[in-house]
Design a protein around this ligand. Structure first.
Ligand code: BMP
Length: 215
């Protein structure tokens, strides 16, 4: 259930942290900070250790979006993240690529930051409906607003709802699991710890104990 958001900007450090934490995490989410500094090959390196979700928050026209997805999957990614607000044609184009690689597509519903409420909140319920209709693998929902996680999970019971925004951004692991999250994304609290492996283990144990209580 624990997904490591590896937003460091040094490839060697990324691989070191991935190795230290690998026992306690289920996947690694790779975002622009790492890929723009270490190069796309880092996706391949990390995917030899754990499944990688390429968080390129794809939000372009269908053609360009499918090229981005193709690059992620040819480098070993097992999933890609797309902005739901880009619309169904973009999601369809990415899903066609993902299906060829038996990969997963996750849609962002609304960002966990405050700004996620400004514009995205108004369309996130429609994004959830689209995700269900298009049968994507999952949704990214804001751990900072557990009441939204509960609503999103209720509307998309079959989809995996994974949630960033715990700890450093203020969200509570317990509240988000209680709301029905299927996965928790954690970045800074792990990779900025002096002992990332131990921190990942501690968070993973916490998740396991709450799961016994709420699932
Ligand atoms: P952290 O635990 O350090 O706050 O990291 C959260 C990770 O999840 C970052 O990679 C961030 O880009 C991502 N993320 C998020 O925080 N909120 C969202 O709504 C969507 C995200 O992908």
């Amino acid at each position: 259930m624990l997904i490591l958001a590896l937003d460091v900007t040094d490839g060697e450090r990324a691989v070191k942290i991935a190795k230290e934490t690998s026992e306690h995490i289920s996947a690694i989410k790779v975002n622009y900070p790492l890929v723009l500094s270490a190069g796309i090959e880092i996706v391949k390196k990390l995917s030899d250790l754990k499944p990688v979700i390429a968080d390129f928050k794809i939000a372009d026209i269908p053609y360009t979006s499918s090229l981005i997805a193709e690059i992620a999957f040819t480098h070993g990614a097992r999933g890609v993240i797309v902005h739901g607000l880009a619309g169904s044609d973009t999601v369809k184009a990415v899903k066609e690529v993902a299906d060829r690689y038996r990969g997963d597509v996750y849609l962002v519903t609304e960002l966990s930051s405050k700004g996620g409420e400004e514009f995205m909140r108004d369309c996130s319920d429609r994004i959830v409906e689209m995700a269900v209709e298009m049968n994507v693998a999952g949704l990214i929902a804001p751990a900072t607003r557990p009441e939204r996680v509960a609503e999103i999970k209720k509307a998309a019971k079959r989809l995996r709802v994974i949630c960033p925004g715990v700890l450093t951004q203020g969200g509570s692991i317990e509240d988000v699991l209680k709301a029905g999250a299927d996965g928790i994304i954690v970045g800074r609290a792990i990779y900025n710890s002096p002992t990332p492996g131990e921190e990942a283990m501690r968070i993973n144990e916490l998740i396991t104990s709450f799961l016994k209580k709420y699932k």
